[in-house]
Design a protein around this ligand. Sequence first.
Ligand SMILES: *Cc1c(COP(=O)(O)O)cnc(C)c1O
Length: 457
Amino acid sequence: MRVVEGDSRVRVTSGPWSPLAAVREVVASGQEDPFYVMDIGEVVARYNHWREVMPRVEPFYAVKCNDEKLLVSTLAALGCGFDCASRAEMQLVTGLGVAPERIIFANPAKLASHIRYASAAGVLTMTVDCETELYKILQCMPHAELVIRIRCDAESAQCPLGMKFGCDPVTEAPRLIKLAAVLGLQVVGVSFHVGSGAGETAVYARAIRHAHELFRLGTAAGHAMRLLDVGGGFPGNAHTSVREVAAVINASLEEHFPSRDVRVIAEPGRYFAAAAYTLAAMIYAKREVPAKEGGEPHTMYFINDGVYGSFNCVLYDLQHVVAQPLEVENSRPEACSVWGPSCDALDCVLPAARLPAQRVGGWLVFRDMGAYTLPVASPFNGFPVPTVRPFVDEQLWSMLQRMWPAELPQWEAESPPASPPRAESPPLSEYPAPESPEPPLRPASPLGPVFVECALK
Ligand SMILES: *Cc1c(COP(=O)(O)O)cnc(C)c1O
């Protein structure tokens, strides 16, 4: 095996392990900069779960959510399709050996140069939601297979998308379908996105009903309607499930699209990425703020990743992040705030939290950080974007490597160093912890209790 990039060394483990244990191992090896532990097994488990609960719906991973190569490669190896929004995303995915038939160019407003790239790469399927886009495609790629993106918003969503994309399914979409027929363009289906982090499942039923009506209109206009794309919006955090939304989608498909001649795809982003990444950031400074007017004293913790880095998700994706101290202290939780490293006062990760007293050199761990974090992070002010430390079980790893398309880079495996066993500390009940405890660790997990006094170096 060869190393393709500095970050591509995969830690191969045997027996159960947990992201927290992995964080401890990396910290014990002397790490000072922020980093992610990436759980390849979580991605595989989520892919399998999806196939189990929605066997008819082929997932096309939305690359914009997290374009990290190992994540995309793992999904490629599993046979996943991809939703790409730009030339660079198509290049990334085709560069990993994914056939163009497994890609949908799902950006309704496309640059002409990107359409020409899609045409050259053989990516035929693309979404549209307005007339000018039809004329653009007529010029650049008249043989494209078009999917009409309609608007159907969830009642609530972490990031609504309807104000930017999607035409009205009743007043606009029928006209687009007819115009495409007049122009000699082929419409093959309908897509929608109910909003990222959708707070409602019934919306998928409403949208599928609209799509059914448009399939009828499309067929009447002479189009060969054969693709339904139910978009994204699925939950991705640990301890969330797609079972409920799968039941809604499966039932709607049986009602409105019973024929297996219609291919059904989805564009999950968050679902595959969020839970697979755990972020660890180090407390490198702290400031005690005395109590004011009978209030509580307050500690400001400064960590080495902030809103210009991974925590851009707090600003852009309106994520609610939860800090979990790596070292379990037995002291009571106290009022505190958590700040990023830049010299910008906006760089606040948690304005009001409660944590047991932390020391400089301690680490805070943040779960479910894989969605809409890394691709947006910048090294603003000279603070590096966290690196990714992938972990995978040895059996899964050898299975994945057999599935890896030949074109994929061979990731180098790195065996963890032997170190004394240490039991996982239970989460403290006083601070927010995952709803269910970490899975049990095998006794000989490679953990080292080494302590790095970073700030004193
Ligand atoms: C962002 C996006 C997705 C992914 O959405 P999630 O809510 O992360 O699943 C899917 N499709 C399109 C067109 C998108 O823009």
